[in-house]
Design a protein around this ligand. Structure first.
Ligand code: PMP
Length: 408
């Protein structure tokens, strides 16, 4: 790995004043040695770390970047709004405009409300589902990530069993397990929470089957419960109107964040008329939830994403990358699995229980200027070009050769 002197010095300072030196999903210690923790610049599809190394980025800040870092149209909209009003005693007109835009863009939505993070949105969805009908049980897929609040954080430290007392777990895409979970909830079923697709870390991704999606919809209907789509990660990358649109299954509630503001902090809950009353009853808010600057950025992002061109572009770039990597791996006889949608690709190596092949692959690509992830799904953006893919494939070619050499 390249030496990262400035990064190392910052990590040393951070350890003294930040618990553990870093927290959460962006803790670089979750990545192989050689990945930088700290960054200094981001433009288009390129990142620069604090030591001056440049990377073509395929993580997009874990999702928020979808049009390119510093997209000029989004920045202009945010700048214009900031010059008029950055914060006030209430929202600006942009709130209503953005809600109208969400309702126009998302066929399942009759209304929208806004927050900051994905966890705000998933938590509000669960709260609304419970407020509708006063029932308690929520079905959640085992291993699925829905945020970092006590009811859903993957690390149990500091949480209580009571935080999750009314969750019942099912296996994603397993209709029998979903039905069994609904049966266990019985009269007390408030909601069924589904990820856009199975995108748990370290395991192959799975698209939802029509049968699974249909069963989730039917169970929610027969129990007068809410079908809640967590579109925080996949939202706007699979379909402009929601990730289950291609399946023809519409949720009652959906949680959005990440790509919505192309990097500006904003989340949304959308819902249908059946959930409108419940959404009115709950009290959810935050000091920054009505801030108009991220809303202006979101409106500009939605406008620029358009009605499908961006999705098609991301799918095309992701497919180029995927097919290129597959051809390289096949030529070297390296076994790997590329799963999930091409816009949110994940690759895992065969016979790699400790992720040693994955780590070597990722860190070698990094050395060649391409930022991939060894075990989390990656993200394509509308800003990625064929040149970016060509650069990526040069790096993955070297990285796969390194894997073939180290694991003959
Ligand atoms: N749901 C999903 C599917 C996510 O991927 C994430 C974030 N990785 C969240 C919820 C939580 O979002 P946030 O980190 O913005 O709270």
């Amino acid at each position: 790995a390249r030496p990262l002197p400035r990064d190392t010095a910052l990590r040393d300072r951070a350890r003294k004043v930040i618990p553990g030196g870093m927290w959460g999903h962006m803790d670089a210690r979750r990545l192989p040695h050689g990945y930088p923790q700290f960054f200094a610049g981001a433009k288009g599809t390129r990142l620069r770390d604090v030591d001056g190394n440049e990377y073509v980025d395929f993580m997009c800040s874990y999702g928020p970047m979808i049009l390119g870092y510093g997209d000029p149209d989004v920045e202009a909209a945010a700048d214009a709004q900031r010059a008029r009003m950055g914060i006030a005693n209430g929202p600006g007109e942009i709130l209503v405009e953005l809600a109208e835009l969400m309702v126009d863009t998302v066929p399942a939505a009759d209304w929208a409300l806004f927050a900051k993070n994905g966890t705000d949105a998933t938590t509000a969805c669960v709260t609304i589902a419970r407020a509708h009908g006063g029932r308690r049980k929520v079905l959640v897929a085992r291993g699925a990530y829905h945020g970092s609040a006590p009811w859903c954080t993957p690390w149990p430290a500091g949480t209580t069993a009571e935080d999750r007392a009314h969750l019942i777990y099912y296996t994603y895409n397993d209709v029998a397990s979903l039905k069994a979970a609904a049966e266990a909830a019985g009269e007390d079923l408030a909601g069924i929470l589904v990820s856009a697709f199975r995108h748990d870390g370290r395991v192959d991704q799975e698209m939802p089957t029509r049968e699974f999606a249909g069963a989730a919809r039917a169970l929610a209907d027969s129990h007068d419960a809410a079908l809640i789509l967590d579109d925080v990660r996949a939202g706007f990358r699979l379909h402009p109107g929601g990730s289950w649109e291609p399946l023809g299954v519409r949720p009652d509630l959906a949680a959005w964040s990440k790509a919505l503001g192309n990097g500006y902090p904003i989340a949304a809950v959308t819902g249908n008329d059946r959930m409108r009353d419940a959404a009115r009853q709950i009290f959810v808010t935050g000091s920054f939830w009505c801030g108009p600057v991220p809303m202006a950025a979101a409106a500009a992002t939605l406008a620029k994403l358009g009605d499908g061109d961006a999705v098609a572009h991301m799918a095309r770039m992701g497919t180029l990358l995927r097919e290129g990597i597959q051809a390289q791996a096949d030529a070297l006889g390296v076994g790997l699995r590329q799963t999930g949608p091409a816009q949110l690709p994940l690759m895992l190596f065969d016979d790699d229980p400790k992720l040693e092949r994955g780590d070597l692959f990722a860190v070698t690509a990094l050395r060649h200027g391409v930022y991939l992830h060894p075990w989390h799904n990656m993200f394509l953006s509308a800003a990625h070009t064929e040149d970016d893919i060509e650069i990526a494939l040069k790096a993955t070619g070297k990285a796969l050769e390194a894997v073939a050499r180290a694991f003959p």
